[in-house]
Design a protein around this ligand. Structure first.
Ligand code: GDP
Length: 305
């Protein structure tokens, strides 16, 4: 909770100090306040669609109840944002990481370079290992030697084995090897890193499809989860990446990193709302423990608390 509060500090400051300025000297919520609010939400990267929905709801509430002051406007905002996150809550929370049919639970991790994919895999591996799970990591991002080495450092830190091949080898082949080793060693969880090259849509789609098909040869229903990692500080780029990856493959969960150090934490609300994919994890720092299970209530409490 302390990490979360600290992580969201900048978003909170950004949004609420602007909000306070927008309503300063106003005795009621009028067009001007709503216009300002719209601008504030957009600049915190809630996204245009989500902003429009929030503003519409608030307009209705203002028309019906004649809300007057900032405190009340804050309260409405909080309610509306909670309600919005509520809609995507079905599958929210931590992944189960329970074996399926006696086979390891396989997560394919996707996302472009630099978003924090390696770090997120490392943090997850460390947390799972600590919880007593037997974890295997597959270094299927074979396009950058540095990526394999970096993941190796995290695997070592977490104390879990990593399966790798030479740089430039076939990612699907690394995924295949990893699943085979994991099955042979009765592992509980497999985390597969993939290359995040958004070269072109068809290329990305083919690459991810190939990895999926090869995995299914070892474990028929694998991958059990496809986790898209997004950098929360990149705002509209994160939306664009979500669009591209959801078109290329079936994405079933989101991890949003680097929420510390950005005033654009609104992206969590917007992406979840727009793509209807549950946010499961959020990164609020570089440390192993600074990957948190996303909890809607805690998030909103931190933001408005
Ligand atoms: P990848 O290329 O997607 O695998 O990205 P990396 O995992 O190598 O991360 C890129 C940089 O972002 C590294 O310097 C990480 O330490 C940093 N990073 C990752 N997640 C977080 C986070 O939640 N908060 C902060 N502050 N930094 C992060």
């Amino acid at each position: 909770k302390a990490d979360l509060d600290k992580g969201l500090e900048k978003t909170k400051e950004g949004v609420f100090s602007k909000l306070a300025r927008a309503v300063a000297g106003k005795s009621k919520v009028d067009e001007e306040v709503l216009d300002n609010l719209e601008e504030i939400l957009i600049s915190s990267d809630v996204g245009v669609d989500t902003t429009v929905r929030i503003i519409e709801r608030i307009e209705q509430r203002v028309a019906a109840d004649k809300y007057m002051n900032t405190a009340e406007l804050n309260a409405i905002l909080r309610e509306e944002i909670t309600a919005m996150l509520e809609e995507n809550r079905d599958a929210e929370g931590a992944l189960s990481f329970e074996k399926r049919n006696g086979q390891p639970f396989v997560v394919m991790v996707v996302g472009v370079n630099g978003v924090g994919k390696t770090t997120t895999i490392g943090k997850l591996a460390a947390q799972l290992k600590k919880a007593g799970k037997k974890v295997y990591i597959g270094a299927a991002d074979t396009f950058r030697a540095a990526a394999i080495d970096q993941l190796g450092v995290w695997a070592e830190r977490a104390g879990v084995p990593m399966i790798r091949q030479e740089m430039g080898s076939d990612p699907a082949s690394v995924a295949f090897d990893t699943l085979r080793s994991a099955v042979a060693n009765d592992a509980d969880v497999v985390l597969i890193d993939t290359a995040g090259r958004l070269h072109n849509k068809i290329g990305l789609m083919n690459e991810l499809t190939k990895i999926r098909n090869v995995m299914a040869k070892v474990i028929p229903d694998a991958p059990h989860d496809v986790m898209l990692v997004l950098d929360g500080s990149t705002g509209q780029n994160a939306f664009e990446q979500a669009k591209q990856f959801t078109q290329a493959t079936q994405v079933t969960s989101l991890a949003i990193t680097k929420l510390d150090g950005t005033a654009k934490g609104g992206v969590v609300i917007g992406i979840s709302d727009q793509f209807k994919i549950p946010v499961r994890y959020i990164g609020v720092g570089e440390g192993i423990d600074q990957l948190q299970v996303f909890d809607r209530k805690e998030f909103v409490d931190s933001l408005f608390g």
